[in-house]
Design a protein around this ligand. Structure first.
Ligand SMILES: Cc1ncc(COP(=O)(O)O)c(C=O)c1O
Length: 406
């Protein structure tokens, strides 16, 4: 098949990205190579595969054609050299941290990262002599002040979870280069449709594919993409040894979901923008964080580094913890569940759910307040979502306190 003679848009890449149709039968959908191991024609071929002189497959933990198709598609979307899929998003995060950091080194990252990412560093990597600091990276001066002589990695999640604060990728990338540190970006919240961190100097981009890339709340999976061959060659053996590789069927499901990523993000983002405008005016909403609103402190920065503000909204329910709980207990259409990026709208309370493992003091410093409700806006009809949130907010008693928590 001849290759297109022009640079393709992201919408085209999600549909066509990855290898050409199956060379054996022309199957348009990538076949599921549900095999743990691959036969060699003879001993020499087996030896050549293990020596790396024959690029064929050997064993699914070390590589699988279905998984490779998914990896190729995501690497193209992110604009990186190569990607490696993992069994979960946390398998991607842990492989990258373990693969790039050594004893005595230090990582500084966004304070409001996904809770277990921070726990991994603070509770587990610390046992192996790796130090970490988690600061408000939306302020580059805070990040700069946390740098130490042994800082070897800057780890940014933007937009951050669950505050939806934005860090300046270009400035963070510049700082990482200046101090000779790796620059790792968790791009889960935006997906490569809205943000491509390699453009701003990232060395590695990680994703929980459980979220937007798969998009149907039916698979857990992750992936990391390396900027260049050197990084890829450094991280690949780490993944193969740790063993957090996906099952071929899991990879196929994610690839199928990925094909509609652009459409899903567009619809969800449109719903989110309209809901955010409406919520911002609601008397029972104390504050709202959505990068598409001019009131968001990094609204201009979001416009600069993202091609759209996304579909994640966080807001404070006036009245604090009890009010937030009443609200999320009252939804009838939105689903009360953690996770995000699916076609259905999900609502959760980070302080008692996704970020409950982060100590209260650190939660407060990261602005993960008790009144914060996070909504992952999905692809339903806008009017139905608005009606559901309206009736859920109506169930909350009226509180006079008008303080803004973030
Ligand atoms: C931003 C972010 N990164 C990483 C992860 C971890 O992904 P997984 O749950 O697939 O292990 C999550 C999960 O919620 C997340 O939101």
């Amino acid at each position: 098949m001849q290759k297109p003679d022009r640079e393709l848009g992201q919408e085209t890449r999600v549909v066509h990205g990855g290898p050409d149709p199956d060379p054996h039968y022309g199957a348009v959908s990538v076949p599921i190579y549900q095999s743990s191991t691959f036969a060699f024609h003879d001993a020499d071929e087996g030896a050549a595969r293990f020596a790396g002189t024959d690029p064929g497959y050997k064993y699914t933990r070390l590589g699988n054609p279905t998984t490779r198709a998914l990896e190729q598609c995501v690497a193209e979307l992110e604009g990186g050299f190569a990607a490696l899929a993992t069994s979960t998003g946390m398998a991607a995060v842990s492989t990258v941290l373990l693969g790039l950091l050594s004893k005595g080194e230090h990582v500084v990252g966004t304070d409001a990262v996904y809770g277990p990412t921070r726990l991994l560093a603070e509770k587990h990597l610390s046992r192996f002599g790796i130090e970490s600091d988690w600061v408000r990276t939306e302020n580059i001066d805070f990040l700069r002040r946390a740098i130490r002589p042994n800082t070897r990695m800057i780890y940014i999640e933007t937009p951050a979870n669950p505050t939806i604060k934005i860090s300046d990728l270009e400035a963070c990338g510049r700082l990482a280069r200046e101090i000779g540190a790796y620059f790792v970006v968790d791009n889960t919240f935006s997906s490569p449709i809205l943000q491509q961190p390699f453009r701003f100097g990232a060395d590695v981009v990680v994703h929980s594919m459980t979220k937007y890339l798969n998009g149907h709340s039916d698979v857990v999976a992750g992936i990391f993409v390396s900027r260049d061959q050197e990084m890829h060659q450094r991280l690949a053996p780490m993944l193969q040894t740790l063993g957090g590789t996906p099952d071929p069927h899991q990879s196929w499901l994610v690839l199928r979901g990925l094909r509609t990523l652009a459409m899903r993000v567009e619809k969800a983002q449109d719903n989110a923008g309209r809901l955010a405008e409406w919520l911002a005016q609601h008397p029972k909403v104390a504050w709202i964080s959505y990068p598409g609103l001019p009131s968001h402190p990094q609204h201009e920065l979001a416009k600069k580094q993202m091609s759209g503000p996304g579909a994640m909204i966080s807001f404070g329910v006036r009245g604090g913890l009890e009010a937030a709980k009443t609200m999320i207990n009252s939804v009838r259409l939105c689903v009360l569940a953690v996770s995000l990026g699916g076609i259905e709208t999900l609502i959760e309370h980070p302080a008692s759910m996704t970020h409950a493992g982060v100590p209260a003091k650190e939660r407060a410093e990261a602005c993960i307040t008790d009144d914060l409700v996070r909504v992952s806006v999905g692809c339903e009809s806008f009017e139905d979502l608005k009606h559901d949130l309206e009736q859920a907010l109506a169930a909350v008693p009226v509180f006079q306190d008008s303080r803004r928590s973030v």
